[in-house]
Structures are given as structure tokens and as C-alpha cells.
Design a protein around this ligand. Structure first.
Ligand code: GDP
Length: 693
């Protein structure tokens, strides 16, 4: 078992958009023998990027898992999206990785968005290799790139290779561990390479770089440390061992170099994946919880003989039924077996298990701990759910997704579309937990909501193209929320005297802002029962609470959901014959409406974390424009002639920003954004919103 697992690598590629993630993934698949024709990204045929939407935009949005083979190792390549609009996607895929390759553009060094992804990787303690790509590009500068990894990411990059030449003179690399040079035949786009001694012109440089490498690695291996301290020759084996240990512990980030587009450096990158990145056995055990309140912590280990535990990290709609991508953390999964979804407390069937390759799939009878597979047959499972052996109800930490901040009405174009819409929305929701949909009974409208304009646009295209439902859409709208600013009391009395048995429910409540210890507003609503002496009988309290929650769903200002309120049930009265759950529920609704309207309700709006990348010459114009959008610039950095601006901007002010930014920067500016928090809308603006401007 451990031999199989020891040779397994579950890895992902993290990169700033355009750094070459797709090209590197695709070359990895090519060299590891699984694709036979190299598809260039700009022709839109890259193996991993199979979604039309991704090809059109040239960005990678969803993750696909692909298995390939190298040097007796199995590599599961999980395609992690790099676009910050989809942080949740990144988080979800990082969760199931054991290690990663971070790809950098040699002419850019660390770019703004790589920092976000790197931070997320750090959160999961992800061991990482750095690949300095595009060494053939004008402006490529290996040392600058390594320095920026060290400074901007606070990482510990240690080159294990150095490039031979740069830009159009980039012809190969020196392997500092083996002390050999590798030259690539440019005419054959790197299909062939020659191994040669290190060229004289690079000998001194290579020696210094190797010394640095040994110095950095020495603390991870005693034999190496001993040799280093006593100035004795170091053995190549001890160097490999030390780099591996440092990398697995996340304390060292080996740096490799190449040009994926020219197929340079990919084979050695694959070697490094096998040599230095961890197998599932090298990783700390996953943590799960069991018990009624999830109070018992359990360690989940990659042992195929123990009870089965897996995480569903990705669901995609497929012609043959939905495909659920699982990472198996423990035990063995057999085809035709029943498993327990511990998040939904449902038993589910696994009808088929697939091993996924980029363009084909193979049926398996079973899959074991450490592996990543796709299964068919699940019905109730959502992304982030835990599946287990039916006798082993544990739950892995769930993946937390941000709330949706923008919504849009959609309307089916025909009666046939109307019938299909419900199912299509369900499919979308299962695939993408950052998407939501609601049906408003009053207006008869269906609303879809998500994380940003681009997200809604992609969802809309998926509905129309992939799921064949034709819809008309409304304008995207900000998902405001309401809260209160002062405490207040409210009363609700629901009394109906009809012929027979009447209705009687009566409650008095207090509402106040739900503040934490430091006085910040918590977004949750809480309910406290402080009734003394049974003025509201115990059995009716849940009904009153449920009415209060219902009332909080629609605020007094404009019907937006109310957040951050602490509700205390103080008092009330009942009638021995006429009281019922229904009457107390209604009393709850009336009381909360009454209390909220007296508590000086205010409007909250989503604030986005925005990152803008522009040529520096446009900085003044872009900055002025941001300020006019109520933006607050939190940081700006200059990288060469590129300016990176970090800002917080209300979502309401970001509509149509991409067009305006393009206009202001001659098409050269780009930006990304993701939800950050909710904040109070300034009064004047709030008035306008409430008046419907
Ligand atoms: P992604 O957005 O990170 O997936 O990046 P892509 O793989 O789509 O690459 C972005 C662009 O950079 C494409 O036009 C590629 O052809 C180009 N590219 C990728 N690797 C290299 C390289 O090694 N050298 C050069 N010069 N261009 C590259």
C-alpha cells in the first residue's frame, strides 16, 4: 500500500492569469504521454480548458482533474483556477492537493493575483515548487523573478536550476543538483535535448548558486549539514533528500526554469514533482469530526483498510449523468457500494467510478485512499460534502463559501424553457456553491445570484448553451442587506375570532445590533429566549422564533434580508384554547416587523476587494476614477512600468467598470474583484437607492 501511495502526487498549478498555467498543464500531459497532439492555448484546443467559456475568455474557471504518469509515479493534476473572481473555486481545489507548482512569468516576477493564490496555498500549508516560465520572452529576468518571490510572497525560493541565456538566447538550463547542463534544440521546439558539461562561461555562477542551494538545504539533512560545515563534497543523494524534506515541510521552495511554450524545462519539472513534492503519506492527517455536535475530533489517514472517507470537491454536469470528483482520504471505495453523505445525512449509491484523463476516462472497480476519482450515481451531494462508509459517520471540515453579492432576474423565454429551468438551476447550484437562485412568490420572478458581474454572465451562458434553457435576463442588481442601528422593542399580537376555534398568539421582543466583544457587527442573527413564568408557553417558542426568522428575511426599508440582529423574546400571552403554533408564528412575524421599524434600520452594501493592473502612465486617471466611485485605495505598487492598485470599492459602483477601465487605459488595464465585506451605505446614497434611482 505505502509503495503505491508513496508514488502518488496530487498536485495543482497556481498562477497569475497569463503566466502560462494552461500551457504548462498541457505540456505536462503531453510529456507524460497522455495527449499526443500539442494544443496551443491561442488555438483554443488545450486539453484541460475544455469549457467553451474558458476558451473564449482565455481564463481557467473550473477545475478538472487529470491523471498522468511519470518516472513510475502517478500524478493527479488538478486544474486550479487562478482568477480572483472565483476564489471559492481556488479554495476548494487547493483543499484536495498535496502540493503545487506555482508558475511565474519570467518577465513579470510575482504578479498581483499570484499573491492571493499563494496566501490561500499557505493557509493550507501547501508544499510548492516554483516554475519561472517564459524565459524566452523579451524582458525575461530569472534573478528578478526569484527576488520578487522572496520579497513579495515572503517565501523561501531556492533555485535548483539556472537558465542558460535569456529571451531569444535562452537555450537551456543548468541543473545545480546534478551539475549538468541541458540544451534544447530550438528548431524542434524542445522535443530533443542534449546533456553537456556546464559551459565555462556559467561555471562560476553555477558554483555560487549551488553553494546557496546547499546552504539553504543543509538544515534539513544531517549528512548534508555535516558535509557543508566541514567543507567536504556533498553527495547528490543527501542534497535530494534535504530539498525534499524542506519542500514537504513547506520551508523551502525549489525554483525551476523553462519556457513551456517551447517545451523547455517541462521534463525536469515533472522530475521535480516526483522528487520533491509530497505523496499523501507525507502530509499531515486530514481532520474530521463526529458525534451529535461534531465535538469529537478524528484523524483521517491514507490507509485503504480503514473505513472510507472522501470529500466531494467538484461536480460537473455530464452527458452520462453528473460527475462527482472525490478525493479519497481514507479507505477504499467500491463500485456499486452505498455511502453516507454526512452533511445531508443521506445514503447515496456509487454506481460507477472513473479514472479521469484529459480526454478519456476509464472505469474502475475500486479506488483507494489518496486517489482522486470521478463517480456517478450520487443525487443529493453538493460540493464540499463528506462521503463516508455507512457505519463511519464523520465529517471533514466543510469548505466555506462567501455570500452572493449580486443578483439578476431571469425569465424563461418559452413554456418549454420554463419546465427545464428548475432542473437547470439545480444543476448549476450543485456545480457551483457560490451561485444561488430564489423564486419570489410575490413577483413571480426567479433571481440568480453570484459573486460578480462576470460570474453571473458565465452562469447565464452556461444556462443557455450548456443546459439549453433560453432565458431573458434583467440588469444585474446589488444584493443589499439591512440591519438596525439602535435597540428597540416590538409587539406582535395575532388574534382572530371566527365562528369556531379562534387564533391567539402574542409576543413582545427586543431587538439590538448583534455586536461582538470589540463592538463590530456580527452578520448572524441570534435569538434568545428570556421569557419568565411561562407567559409564552415553551411549546410555542419554536413557532415564535420561526416567525421572527421569517420576518428577518425581508427588512422594513426595502425588503432586503436583515442581518446582524439579536432578538430577545421578553414576554407575551396565550389563550388556553385558541393558541397554536400558527398563531405564535404570525405573532413573531408581526413583532419583528414592529421592532425593526423602530430600530432605525439602515442599508448595508457589499464592498469588493478590487485589484487593478495598468501601465503606470494611466495611474492618475484610474485613481481619480476610483475615488469618484467611492473607492478607497489600500495599496499601490509599481513593478517596472506596471502599476498594481489594491482598493475597496462598493459593488454598486463597479457596474460597467471593465469597459471604462479599458477606455481609460487604451485597452491595457485589467482588474479582478471579489466580495470582501458588507458596510453601511452613506445616507444620501441610501436615500436614492430607496427611492429607486
Ligand atoms: P494561463 O492564463 O496562466 O493559463 O496562461 P496560458 O498558458 O494561457 O498562457 C498565456 C499566454 O502566454 C499564451 O499566449 C501562451 O502562448 C503564452 N506562453 C505560455 N508559455 C510561454 C512561454 O514559455 N514563452 C512565451 N514566450 N509565451 C508563453
Amino acid at each position: 500500500m505505502s509503495e503505491r501511495l508513496g508514488k502518488l502526487r496530487n498536485i495543482g498549478i497556481m498562477a497569475h492569469i497569463d503566466a502560462g498555467k494552461t500551457t504548462v498543464s498541457e505540456r505536462i500531459l503531453y510529456f507524460s504521454g497522455k495527449t499526443y497532439k500539442i494544443g496551443e492555448v491561442h488555438e483554443g484546443t488545450a486539453v484541460m480548458d475544455y469549457l467553451e467559456e474558458e476558451q473564449k475568455r482565455g481564463i481557467t474557471i473550473t477545475s478538472a482533474a487529470t491523471k498522468c504518469f511519470w518516472n513510475g509515479h502517478i500524478i493527479n493534476l488538478i486544474d486550479t483556477p487562478g482568477h480572483v473572481d472565483f476564489t471559492a473555486e481556488v479554495e476548494r481545489s487547493l483543499r484536495v492537493l498535496d502540493g503545487a507548482i506555482a508558475v511565474f512569468d519570467a518577465s513579470e516576477g510575482v504578479q498581483a493575483q499570484s499573491e492571493t493564490v499563494w496566501r490561500q496555498g499557505k493557509k493550507y500549508g501547501l508544499p510548492c515548487l516554483c516554475f519561472v516560465n517564459k524565459m524566452d520572452k523579451i524582458g525575461a529576468d530569472f534573478d528578478m523573478c526569484v527576488a520578487s518571490i522572496r520579497e513579495k510572497l515572503q517565501a523561501h525560493p531556492v533555485p535548483i536550476q539556472i537558465p542558460i541565456g535569456a529571451e531569444s538566447d535562452f537555450v537551456g538550463l543548468v541543473d545545480l543538483i546534478e551539475e549538468k547542463a541541458f540544451f534544447y534544440d530550438q528548431l524542434e521546439v524542445g522535443a530533443d535535448w542534449r546533456e553537456e558539461p556546464i559551459p565555462d562561461s556559467l561555471k562560476d555562477h553555477a558554483q555560487v548558486a549551488r553553494h546557496d542551494l546547499i546552504e539553504a538545504a543543509a538544515e534539513f539533512d544531517e549528512e548534508l549539514l555535516d558535509a557543508y560545515l566541514h567543507d567536504r563534497p556533498v553527495s547528490v543523494e543527501s542534497l535530494y533528500r534535504a530539498i525534499r524534506k524542506g519542500t514537504v515541510e513547506g520551508k523551502l521552495h525549489p525554483v525551476l526554469v523553462g519556457a513551456a511554450l517551447r517545451n523547455m524545462g517541462i521534463r525536469r519539472l515533472l522530475n521535480a514533482v516526483c522528487d520533491f513534492l509530497p505523496s499523501p503519506l507525507d502530509r499531515p492527517p486530514a481532520v474530521a469530526f463526529r458525534g451529535e455536535k461534531q465535538e469529537q475530533k478524528v484523524e483521517i489517514v491514507p490507509d485503504e483498510k480503514k473505513p472510507f472517507v472522501a470529500l466531494a470537491f467538484k461536480i460537473t454536469a455530464d452527458k452520462h449523468g453528473d460527475l462527482y470528483f472525490l478525493r479519497i482520504y481514507q479507505g477504499t471505495l467500491r463500485k456499486g457500494s452505498r455511502v453516507l453523505n454526512t452533511n445531508r445525512n443521506r445514503k447515496e449509491n456509487i454506481t460507477r467510478i472513473f479514472e479521469m484523463h484529459a480526454n478519456e476516462r476509464f472505469l474502475l472497480d475500486e479506488a483507494r485512499a489518496g486517489e482522486i476519482v470521478a463517480v456517478v450515481g450520487l443525487k443529493e451531494t453538493l460540493t464540499g460534502d463528506t462521503l463516508t462508509d455507512t457505519h463511519y459517520p464523520v465529517q471533514l471540515e466543510s469548505i466555506r463559501f462567501p455570500e452572493t453579492v449580486i443578483s439578476m432576474s431571469i425569465e424563461p423565454k418559452s413554456a418549454a424553457d420554463r419546465t427545464k429551468l428548475g432542473e437547470a438551476l439545480r444543476i448549476l447550484r450543485r456545480e457551483d456553491p457560490t451561485f444561488d437562485h430564489t423564486y419570489d412568490e410575490e413577483t413571480g420572478q426567479t433571481l440568480i445570484s453570484g459573486m460578480g458581474e462576470l460570474h453571473l454572465e458565465i452562469l447565464q451562458h452556461k444556462l443557455i448553451r450548456d443546459l439549453g434553457v433560453d432565458v431573458r435576463v434583467g440588469k444585474p442588481r446589488v444584493a443589499y442587506k439591512e440591519t438596525i442601528s439602535v435597540p428597540a422593542e416590538g409587539e406582535g399580537k395575532f388574534v382572530k375570532q371566527t365562528g369556531g376555534r379562534g387564533q391567539y398568539g402574542h409576543v413582545i421582543i427586543r431587538v439590538e445590533p448583534n455586536l461582538d466583544e470589540s463592538g463590530n457587527l456580527c452578520r448572524e442573527n441570534v435569538f434568545v429566549n428570556a421569557v419568565i413564568g411561562g407567559t409564552v408557553p415553551k411549546e410555542y417558542i419554536p413557532a415564535a422564533e420561526s416567525g421572527i426568522h421569517e420576518g428577518l428575511g425581508s427588512g422594513p426599508l426595502a425588503g432586503y434580508p436583515v442581518v446582524g440582529v439579536k432578538v430577545t423574546l421578553l414576554d407575551g400571552s396565550y389563550h388556553s384554547v385558541d393558541s397554536s403554533d400558527l398563531a405564535f408564528e404570525q405573532a413573531g412575524v408581526l413583532a419583528i416587523r414592529d421592532a425593526l421599524s423602530k430600530a432605525q434600520p439602515i442599508l448595508l452594501e457589499p464592498i469588493m476587494r478590487v485589484q487593478i493592473i495598468i501601465p503606470d502612465q494611466y495611474f492618475g486617471a484610474v485613481q481619480g476614477n476610483l475615488i469618484s466611485r467611492r473607492g478607497v485605495i489600500t495599496n499601490t505598487e509599481l513593478h517596472g512600468t506596471t502599476r498594481v492598485i489594491d482598493a475597496r470599492v462598493p459593488l454598486a459602483e463597479m457596474f460597467g467598470y471593465s469597459g471604462e477601465l479599458r477606455g481609460a487605459t487604451a485597452g491595457r488595464g485589467s482588474f479582478t474583484m471579489e466580495p470582501l465585506t458588507y458596510e453601511r451605505v452613506p445616507e444620501q446614497i441610501s436615500e436614492k437607492i430607496l427611492l429607486g434611482y
